[in-house]
Design a protein around this ligand. Structure first.
Ligand SMILES: Cc1cc2nc3c(=O)[nH]c(=O)nc-3n(C[C@H](O)[C@H](O)[C@H](O)COP(=O)(O)OP(=O)(O)OC[C@H]3O[C@@H](n4cnc5c(N)ncnc54)[C@H](O)[C@@H]3O)c2cc1C
Length: 412
């Protein structure tokens, strides 16, 4: 097997969390490698055809998430259309209640991420699957990746699992929280003379049929009830395949139905691009030292690495604990970032989206780089004060009290 030069920090998975982690680790002086199994950065946010960068503000006119997550939001618009609402363009804490959000084009976002990674000096491997972690004395020493060259071993001092599905934790048999998902698939389609990026087919989530009428569902042997009972897990290779094949079967039924009913034909209504990742919302979460749980918005956490807002409603803000990015049960030089970090239930809903993935990614990248600088200690042994000082140097607020936020009466 080929062996490649030693890195300080190796990041598995180039989704939003992995990109943020790699950029931060490299900016903090670590020789950093980022490994991605597709050829696109962004994970679900681009390969999954997602096109809304959810809000960085609390919904009451106050920005809460800062740092690389804001850089990425702005970068998503550099090579494509879309605008940040006016009140967020030049000033913070706009009075209007329009949320600090952007609609982006996935391809444009990929180009910006190429640029940011190159500027930070990250060494990147695309089309390369992380297959295994080599361990010694409760530490990972290298990742085995597979690509056109065969199997290659990349050694590093610190590791970040940003795979979305905790692939390293699973390869190392670490305990995980898993969850079932309902089916969904999105499509970029040509419809009524233009490309319709916002058009989504979301199935079985209680608001199941953005494009599926009852009549149409019958054509594939389904009803709303049956649909809502279908459950898939993202950690089984078989189920991932079934999930994708089922969602595409329904997509075909949608076009057949429309053509048969004369609601369009193959020249006026057709799919242009399908996601190249299964659109599982949640796959698994690590058993972190601190697991974020329901009702913990507005809770002060002692080791906060930043703030995130609930994208579903205004006035719900969370402090994110550093200790939700690692588990005490696995190798001591492994951090997690993005949607596989330690959160469950309602907190998972808040943490599984693009802005939160970038917040956890940046903190994991920084922590890994600091651990390297301090004689390659375990990131679990890192003094929180050191992490905090660096985050403050980057003007990232860590507690509610540092921002002019309105805390709801029942949370005071
Ligand atoms: C249908 C749907 C709609 C959504 N809508 C929105 C929305 O509008 N706005 C929003 O903000 N969020 C939305 N989300 C959520 C959001 O896009 C993602 O959850 C978020 O981007 C997660 O980022 P991540 O980096 O943690 O993980 P991922 O996006 O899963 O990235 C993980 C990356 O790791 C790579 N990887 C995995 N395994 C390996 C391996 N073995 N080797 C190498 N690479 C590997 C993957 O290819 C991927 O690029 C939506 C999700 C779904 C499913």
């Amino acid at each position: 097997m080929n062996s490649k030069c030693e890195y300080d920090v190796a990041v598995a998975g180039g989704g939003i969390a992995g990109v943020a982690a790699a950029i931060q680790a490299a900016r903090s002086g670590a020789r950093t490698v980022l490994i991605e199994k597709t050829v696109l950065w962004g994970g679900l946010a681009t390969s999954g055809l997602i096109n809304v960068y959810l809000p960085l503000c609390d919904g009451n006119g106050k920005q809460v998430s800062f740092g690389i997550t804001e850089e990425l939001l702005r970068a998503s618009l550099k090579y494509g259309p879309g605008d940040i609402p006016e009140n967020w363009q030049n000033e913070k804490n706009g009075q209007e209640r329009k949320r600090f959000i952007s609609v982006f084009q996935p391809a444009a976002f990929v180009l910006s991420m190429d640029e940011m990674l190159q500027e930070a000096g990250v060494d990147v491997w695309l089309d390369s699957v992380v297959c295994a972690a080599v361990t010694e004395n409760n530490r990972i020493t290298a990742l085995e990746i597979e690509n056109e060259s065969g199997r290659i071993r990349l050694s590093a001092k610190q590791f970040i699992d940003a795979s979305g599905s905790a692939v390293l934790a699973r390869r190392l048999n670490m305990p995980l929280e898993t969850t079932a998902n309902y089916l969904s698939t999105w499509v970029l389609q040509f419809k009524d003379g233009s490309f319709d990026m916002n058009y989504g087919a979301v199935y079985g989530d209680g608001n199941p049929t953005q494009i599926f009428s009852d009549e149409l569902l019958e054509t594939v042997g389904l009803s709303q009830k049956k649909l809502s009972e279908l459950e898939f897990h993202g950690i089984s290779g078989r189920q991932v395949t079934q999930y994708i094949m089922e969602s595409r079967r329904y997509m075909r039924a949608y076009y057949q139905y429309h053509y048969e009913k004369g609601l369009g034909d193959r020249k006026s209504l057709y799919p242009v691009k399908l996601p190249i990742m299964a659109q599982y919302r949640k796959i698994c979460a690590i058993h972190a030292k601190t697991v974020m749980r329901d009702g913990e918005d507005w809770m002060r956490v002692p080791d906060s690495i930043g703030l995130v807002a609930d994208w579903r409603r205004a006035g719900s803000v969370w402090e994110v604990p550093y200790s939700s990015l690692y588990s005490e049960e696995g190798p001591e030089n492994l951090l997690f970032a993005g949607r596989c970090m330690g959160a469950v239930g309602d907190a998972w809903e808040v943490m599984r989206v693009i802005p939160s993935a970038a917040v956890t990614g940046q903190a994991a990248g920084l922590a890994a780089a600091l651990a390297v600088q301090q004689n390659n200690i375990s990131p679990r042994a890192l003094e929180y004060g050191d992490l905090k000082d660096e985050l403050y140097k980057m003007n990232i607020p860590l507690h509610f009290s540092e921002l002019p936020l309105t805390v709801p009466e029942n949370k005071k």
